[in-house]
Design a protein around this ligand. Structure first.
Ligand SMILES: Nc1ncnc2c1ncn2[C@@H]1O[C@H](COP(=O)(O)OP(=O)(O)OP(=O)(O)O)[C@@H](O)[C@H]1O
Length: 281
């Protein structure tokens, strides 16, 4: 009992002095000295200059790569292999073109060993869950369409459902709305917020869009230019659910501007090896 309680008090994700060196000593140092925690159910956005190691951070947290230095602990366990408790969505929704939207959403249940068994015995339950998610993102009635029959924004909605179908404890979103027009993107911020509020998975969101980070995140982590280090963190104080009209308030825009200034500083090469991160909020 005591152990369970103490485990619950631990952050959900703990990164300690993490470094990632691709291709050995002569290769690319993508991240260095990254130390950060993420709480259970927290939505953290990671921003930083292009190529600073944001996607690398996501790969290390999901166990797709192992760090060359330091440690990553997720949900109390050292990460030493790809995690099955992760759901992922990327800039490109990568739906399998020959499968219907419903079949694409169900895909993670078929490929992750521990879910395969459950799918066999509880197919009706999972299919109902897939339909429920699709309805939540506005895709009721499109279950039996093929991906090419949907717009990019609709495919991205479906890919969020696919990332959530197995109720992952950790949702990794790498530029999920980067390829979409601004109107669709803003619609999907609201959709994502609703999905997150419904079940509260821990979410890591990589984005180049600072308005997106401020709209969605509880906390924003700013990385330096490569090798990426945490140079600042900002807590986002705005109440939820956030709405589009909030993005026009002076407080919202002041935070976006502050992040923009931090990234400008981060982009200067001399700041890639800045010292202790600055924590605010
Ligand atoms: N598999 C790999 N092998 C070698 N180098 C890699 C690999 N993946 C990434 N890198 C390098 O590591 C650095 C960080 O890449 P990463 O994709 O993590 O950055 P990013 O911040 O996500 O980039 P962007 O903002 O452009 O999406 C880059 O210099 C990249 O070229």
């Amino acid at each position: 009992m005591t152990n369970d309680l103490s485990r619950d008090r631990r952050p959900f994700a703990e990164l300690s002095d993490v470094a990632m060196h691709y291709g050995g000593a002569e290769g690319t140092l993508a991240l260095e000295g990254v130390t950060m925690n993420v709480d259970h159910g927290e939505l953290v956005a990671v921003v930083g200059p292009s190529g600073c190691g944001k996607s690398t951070l996501m790969r290390l947290m999901s166990g797709l790569w192992l760090p060359t230095d330091g440690g990553v602990i997720i949900d109390g366990k050292e990460v030493d292999r790809p995690l099955s408790i992760v759901g992922m969505a990327f800039q490109n929704p990568t739906m399998l073109p020959w499968r219907t939207i419903l079949e694409n959403v169900m895909l993670p249940l078929e490929v992750v060993a521990e879910h395969k068994h459950r799918l066999r015995s509880h197919r009706a339950h999972y299919e109902a869950r897939a339909r429920e998610l699709l309805a939540l993102v506005g895709l009721a009635g499109f279950e039996h369409k093929l991906p090419h029959q949907l717009s990019g924004g609709m495919q991205q909605r479906a890919s969020l459902c696919r990332a959530l179908i197995h109720d992952p404890k950790l949702l990794m979103l790498d530029e999920p709305f980067g390829a979409l027009d601004i109107f669709t993107r803003e619609d999907l911020w609201a959709v994502l917020q609703e999905l997150w509020l419904a079940r509260r998975p821990t979410v890591m969101l990589v984005t180049h869009d600072l308005r997106e980070a401020v709209y969605l995140a509880d906390r924003i982590v700013v990385l330096s230019a490569r090798p990426g280090r945490v140079i600042a963190e900002r807590r986002v104080p705005f109440v939820r659910p956030r709405r589009r009209e909030h993005t026009f308030t002076p407080e919202f825009n002041a935070l976006v501007q502050e992040l923009r200034d931090l990234i400008d500083i981060a982009r200067q090469p001399s700041n890639a090896t800045a010292g202790e991160p600055e924590h605010v909020g």
